[in-house]
Design a protein around this ligand. Structure first.
Ligand code: 13P
Length: 394
């Protein structure tokens, strides 16, 4: 009976189709207005394979896509000038770290790094592939104030020409992408519905655009830790945000099997005075995700968002220590919480490269174990400091 109705419906659609459309054959790879090629159908199997590989057991992402301005602040914290050579030396030590591929499946790069060589002349992309790490690329061009929104609110720029840029990044060896939208909770109305809709829509437009060029989109709706709200408030806001994001992804026909989510954990605000345990954060996070993230998504790779290195590992481990309904891999895509002790150990000195790489491996291994619910708190060295930065937007 269903088949008969479907056939009748197809006939009805054909009868009402404009004559110009009759007989038009949609090909898997279509050239659109402006000569832009769209290839989602052709890339689907590759997108799913890449996303699955990134989210494979015991693996997570090293986020090293700090903009030139942001990496400058990190380098300044160890007394180093923000020169191209310093950025190359630092990122070179990360990408040539022996054994890193045992714990890290992907590295998100800033555009400069994707096209940069190691000091020995090897392209960074080749260094990463050699150690089994898939290169990725940050494709958003930053946050800008949201007209009509709350004064703290932003939207994320970078959609113009994105398919063509993504094609260029794919040709250079990138296989996944990241776009970071930021929301903030305030006691006077943020996030507004406008900012939730705008940021969800931007994430979805981006995700579809990069999939057309063969890059797996990491969809990142970060909720900042700024504020004194409690976990329940974050959970309520995050549920609304993620529901809007997945509605927008569906509206844009994003291929979920070839995508990854990068959320913040469901944490209280940094100034919240109510005590909170790792169990509470882990339970609230998983409950929020189970209500909103489809099982077709292979992996949820958290950002660290200002948690200390050890906190980020413990919370991830706790989430992976109890039974849950959601089938996704719960893993990491940490920036600060993977790099802090490494950066401190390095101090910009060639003789410290070994110690810096050992520090990176310690945290990568801790998080790999946390992805499998096997991390023993304190079993790996860490920089015991909060990495929270107020208004960490730009
Ligand atoms: P943090 O882990 O330092 O929050 O950075 C992850 C990231 O990529 C933010 O966009």
């Amino acid at each position: 009976m269903k088949l008969v109705i479907a056939a009748a419906t197809v006939g009805a659609v054909a009868a009402f189709a404009p004559s110009s459309m009759m007989g038009t054959k949609l090909s898997a790879s279509a050239t659109r207005a402006g000569g832009v090629k769209m290839n989602l159908e052709q890339y689907k199997a590759e997108l799913a394979a890449t996303a699955k590989k990134i989210a494979s057991p015991g693996k997570g992402i090293l986020a090293v896509d700090e903009s030139t301005k942001t990496i400058g602040k990190r380098l300044a914290s160890i007394g180093i000038d923000n020169s191209e050579e310093a950025r190359q030396a630092y990122r070179g030590l990360l990408f040539t770290c022996p054994e890193i591929g045992n714990y890290i499946s992907g590295a998100i790069l800033y555009e400069e790094t994707l096209f940069q060589n190691h000091a020995d002349g090897t392209p960074f992309v080749d260094c990463l592939n050699k150690v089994g790490v898939i290169p990725g690329i940050k494709v958003d061009t930053g946050l800008v104030p949201l007209p009509g929104g709350h004064p703290v609110e932003t939207w994320c720029s970078g959609l113009d020409g994105l398919v063509e840029r993504a094609q260029k990044y794919y040709a250079q060896g990138a296989r996944f992408a990241k776009w970071r939208a930021v929301l903030q909770i305030t006691s006077d109305g943020a996030p507004s519905d406008l900012s939730i809709q705008e940021n969800a829509w931007g994430l979805a437009r981006y995700a579809r655009a990069v999939q057309e060029a063969g890059l797996v989109p990491i969809v990142e709706p970060e909720i900042l830790m700024d504020g004194d709200h409690n976990v329940a408030t974050t959970a309520a806001v995050q549920e609304k945000v993620l529901a809007a994001v997945y509605k927008a992804l569906s509206d844009n026909g994003v291929y979920l099997e070839g995508s990854l989510l990068k959320p913040s954990m469901t944490c209280p605000g940094a100034d919240c005075e109510e005590p909170v345990s790792s169990e509470q954060i882990a339970k609230a996070t998983v409950a929020t995700l189970e209500k909103t993230v489809p099982p077709a998504v292979p992996g949820i790779m958290f950002l660290s968002g200002g948690m200390s290195e050890e906190e980020a590992s413990i919370n991830l481990n706790t989430m992976n220590s109890f039974a849950r309904k959601g089938p996704w891999s719960l893993s990491f895509s940490y920036g600060r919480a993977l790099q802090q002790s490494c950066l401190k150990a390095w101090q910009g000195k060639p003789e410290n490269v070994g110690a810096a790489q050992a520090a990176l491996i310690a945290r990568a291994r801790a998080n790999s174990e946390a992805n499998q619910g096997k991390y023993v708190a304190g079993s790996q060295p860490s920089a015991d400091e909060t990495l929270f930065v107020k208004g960490y937007k730009y």
